[in-house]
Design a binder for this molecule. Sequence first.
Ligand code: PEP
Ligand code: MN
Length: 373
Amino acid sequence: MNIIHFNNWFENLKDTDYLIIAGPCSAESYEQVLQTAQQLSRLKQVKVFRAGIWKPRTNPNNFEGVGEIGLQWLKEVKQQTGLLTTTEVANARHVELALKSEAVDILWLGARTVTNPFSVQEVANALKGVDIPVMVKNPLHPDLKLWLGAIERIYKAGINKIAAIHRGFFPFNSSKLRNIPKWEIPINLKTLYPQLPIINDPSHIAGDVYYINEIAQKALDLNFNGLMIEVHINPKEALSDAKQQLTPEQFEQLLNQLKFRSHDFGQDFLDQLEAYRHQIDSIDFQILELLAQRFEIVKKIGQYKNQHNIPIFQLKRWKQIISTRKKFAKKLGLSDKFIENFINFIHQESIDIQTKINNNGTNKKIFSKQSNS
Ligand code: PEP
Ligand code: MN
C-alpha cells in the first residue's frame, strides 16, 4: 500500500464534527437550483451545495443534465448564499469547464467513473497542477482496491485534498435498498487511511426517502466525517432520482432528528470506556482459549473417526448441535441468526480440521495441473 499524506483541508470546512453537503441530484433550471440553495442556506449545518450538471444515466433517453449552463447557476448560488459548491466531473472537458468557471469549489467523481480506471486517469491528468479538493465515490461494485486505485490516481496528480464518498454497491440480489451499504468496505478504507475523510451518501444507498434516516444515523454512529444528501425544492417533479430526494423541510426535520455524536470526550467518559474495554478484552481472550480447547477435542474425534473409517459429517449430530445451541442461546438472550452463523462457522472449521487429518497421507494429488497456455 502506498503512503498517502492527505491534507487536512476538511477540518477547515466544518465548524462541527461533520461536513454536511446537500442539494439536488441534478441542476434542472435556474429557479430550481437557486430556490433549493436559498432554502438550504438557512440551515446552519449545511456548508456545501451539491448539484450534478453532467449526469451519468443508465439509459440514454433519460435526462443527462443541463451541462455547461449549470455552472453559471452554481456561481449564482455561491454569490447569493455563500455556500460552497460541488459537482460531478467525469472527463477532462468537465474538469476544464468547471475550473474555468470558478463556480465550483469541490469536484467529485461518480461511482460509474470510478469503476473505469481510464476515465479516472483522464480526470487525474486534467487536474495536474491544480489545487482543488476532490471527492471520490466508491465504484459500483464492492472492490476496495478499485476505490483505492482511483484515490491514488487523483493523489498522484498532485491533489492532496481528497475525501471518499460511500454511496453503496450494486445489489446483485433483490434488496429493499437501491445500493447495499457493505459498511465493512468504508471501514476498511478508514483503517488503511485514518486521515482520509469519508462522507456517507444515504440518498443513493436508500433509493427512497423512507430509508434515509436509518442509513444516515448509522453513518454518524460509525464515525463517518460527513453526509451528502439529495434535496430538491420539488422532488415529485425531479428529472432524476425523484424517489430519494427530500424537500428542504424534510431535510431540516432529518437534521433535527439525527443524533450527531460528539468527538469531544471528557476524561470521565474515557475512564469508564476504558474499564468496559478491559472487560471485553478479558472475555475475548477467554473465548479464544475455550475455542482452542474445543478444536483440540475436535482433532481427537477426527483421529478416532479416521481410525474407525467413519465419515466426518454426521447429520444427526449436526442437527442436535444446532438445535441445542440455539435453545440455550435463546435463554441467554442471544440472537438466533447470530448463533446459527457462529455455530456454522465453528462447525466448518471443525470439518476442515478433520478433513486434514483424514487426508494426511491418503489424498495425494494423482493428476497434474494443466497450464493455461
Ligand atoms: C449523484 O450523486 O447524483 C450520482 C450520480 O451518484 P453516483 O455516482 O453515486 O451514482
Ligand atoms: Mn442522484
